[in-house]
Each structure stands twice: as structure tokens, then as C-alpha cells.
Design a protein around this ligand. Structure first.
Ligand code: AKG
Ligand code: FE2
Length: 279
């Protein structure tokens, strides 16, 4: 028996987890959370004063841990990546709509992000349901997209000549010499629920397989504006000790960069995933 209650945060995505100390979860709690993550795409809990060891132990209840190749790692705990912005930095991490790790052939399942230091206001994270975005399309568009694949990469973001290299996050990030490329179905089936998901994102999707970038962009842009409708989103407002667990297959996220002059430090553990298949 688990004492956990899940309270939906919005119509299509997100639930707040109440009645749990994530530092001491039972197997029954983990089952409820696993089902909740599949149903809601992102789970959010407040006031979880986990130590780094407890954060890692909780992550291991979900499966294996991926080490992100780009984010700075907390020296003592290689499993924990730091997502941070100082008082003097202008650029944040994740400040545009994206799905983590779609540039990997076996993308990370999700992440467990724990807020350590938060600004007095701002610094929220938005999540969008890519299941709801797919459901909103016409049957004709759905059928066409089911036949397509898309090419993803992170090189234009993280490489030595990529976007972050031009910013004040450049010195913190690693992996400038890595090269990534992955091809995934445009419509994937969620490995647990079987629900269909629109699996392209503005950060890492380059073009449709077999199409040019120029040919791909108009359709990609059409698809991208759908989850940007607030009706498909939820918003997480952080305080130290808030924690989010998200599913990278069924959601996009966006870290707001509206707290210049203040520090924000998050600890992220990335959860390993599986290969993604179409319908
Ligand atoms: O800082 C955040 O709220 C999220 C940053 C992000 O995109 C990530 O950790 O994957
Ligand atoms: Fe992200």
C-alpha cells in the first residue's frame, strides 16, 4: 500500500506528488510513481530534502543512470549533473523547447531534477504533452507522419562552433568535440503505455529522413506550434527541495530564463532509456 496521491497540474500533462518522502520510498510507492509518470509525463514533488546519495539511490529505483556528456558534473558524484546559472550569467541551460537526448540512438528515458538554489521569482520550467499534440492532428496528417523518420543531432548546440559556445555557458559545458546523430520515427509508441507521441523537437531535430532541411522546416514548424499552445502545457514553480521526474519521450520542456541577477542551481540525474519504435 502506498500513501501517495497524484494531483493533476493541468489538463494534459503534469501531476503533483503528495504524501511521500522520496528519500524513503517503498516498492509500492515506486510502482505508483512509475504508473503516474507514464500517465502524466512529469511528476513534481515539493519539500524533498534529499542528500546527493538519496537522490542517486532514488534514481536507481527507476533503472540505470546515464551520464550526460555536456553538463558540468558535481565532482564528487559523477551521476549528478549541474544545471546552473549564476548572478552574472545571461544564458541558461534548456531555455528553448526541447526533449533531452533525442540525438542519441537510445535516448534517455527521463530525468530527475532537484532544485538546490532558486531565484526569488521566475526560473519556472514549462512542460508540454507530445501525446496531446499528436492527438490534436488530423487523421490524414497522423497517417503521413507515421510513415516518416527524422534525423536528430546535438552538434549545432554543443559543438565548438555550436550555439552555447557563443554564450556565457561555454566554459561550464563539456563535450565540444563529440558528434551525435540519430534517426527516430516521427511518431513513436510509448514503450509502456503504447500511446502515440509526436517525437520531433525544435532543438535537436534537423530534418525528415530523406528530405532536405529546407523541405522539412515548414512542416516541422507547423508541428512545433501545436505543443506551444498553453492548453497542452503545465508549469512548475520551483523552491529549494522541489523535484521533478519527467519522461523525455512524451514531453518537451522549457526552462524560463527570467531571473537575471540571481542564482539558480539544479541537480540532474538522467535515467537511461530504450530504443524507440513507431506504430
Ligand atoms: O533547469 C531546468 O528547469 C531544466 C533544464 C533542462 O532543460 C534540463 O535539465 O534538461
Ligand atoms: Fe532539458
Amino acid at each position: 500500500m502506498s500513501m501517495i496521491t497524484l494531483k493533476p497540474l493541468a489538463e494534459h500533462v503534469g501531476a503533483e506528488v503528495v504524501g511521500v518522502d522520496l528519500g524513503h520510498v517503498t516498492d509500492a510507492d515506486v510502482d505508483v510513481l512509475r504508473r503516474g509518470l507514464a500517465d502524466y509525463g512529469v511528476l513534481f514533488a515539493r519539500d524533498q530534502s534529499l542528500t546527493p546519495e538519496q537522490h542517486i539511490a532514488f534514481a536507481k529505483r527507476w533503472g540505470a543512470i546515464d551520464i550526460n556528456n555536456y553538463f558540468p558534473i558535481d565532482g564528487e558524484y559523477p551521476e549528478i549533473a549541474e544545471v546552473k546559472k549564476s548572478e552574472t550569467q545571461q544564458t541558461n541551460i534548456g531555455g528553448a523547447w526541447h526533449t533531452d537526448h533525442s540525438y542519441d540512438q537510445i535516448p534517455a528515458m527521463g530525468s530527475i531534477l532537484l532544485a538546490r538554489e532558486t531565484p526569488p521569482s521566475g526560473g519556472d520550467t514549462l512542460f508540454a504533452s507530445m501525446t496531446a499534440a499528436f492527438d490534436a492532428l488530423s487523421e490524414g496528417m497522423k497517417a503521413t507522419l507515421r510513415t516518416m523518420r527524422a534525423v536528430h543531432s546535438a552538434d549545432h548546440i554543443y559543438a565548438a562552433d555550436g550555439i552555447y559556445a557563443q554564450t556565457d555557458q561555454a566554459d561550464l559545458l563539456r563535450g565540444h568535440d563529440l558528434r551525435t546523430r540519430a534517426v527516430h520515427p516521427v511518431v513513436i509508441k510509448h514503450p509502456e503505455t503504447g500511446r502515440e507521441i509526436l517525437y520531433v523537437n525544435p532543438a535537436f531535430t534537423l530534418y525528415f529522413d530523406g528530405w532536405t532541411r529546407e523541405e522539412s522546416l515548414p512542416l516541422l514548424q507547423y508541428l512545433y506550434q501545436i505543443p506551444q499552445n498553453e492548453a497542452f502545457q503545465c508549469r512548475l514553480q520551483w523552491a529549494p527541495g522541489s523535484i521533478a521526474i519527467w519522461d523525455n519521450r512524451s514531453t518537451w520542456h522549457y526552462a524560463m530564463n527570467d531571473y537575471h541577477g540571481h542564482r539558480r542551481l539544479m541537480h540532474r540525474i538522467t535515467l537511461s532509456g530504450c530504443e524507440l519504435f513507431g506504430a
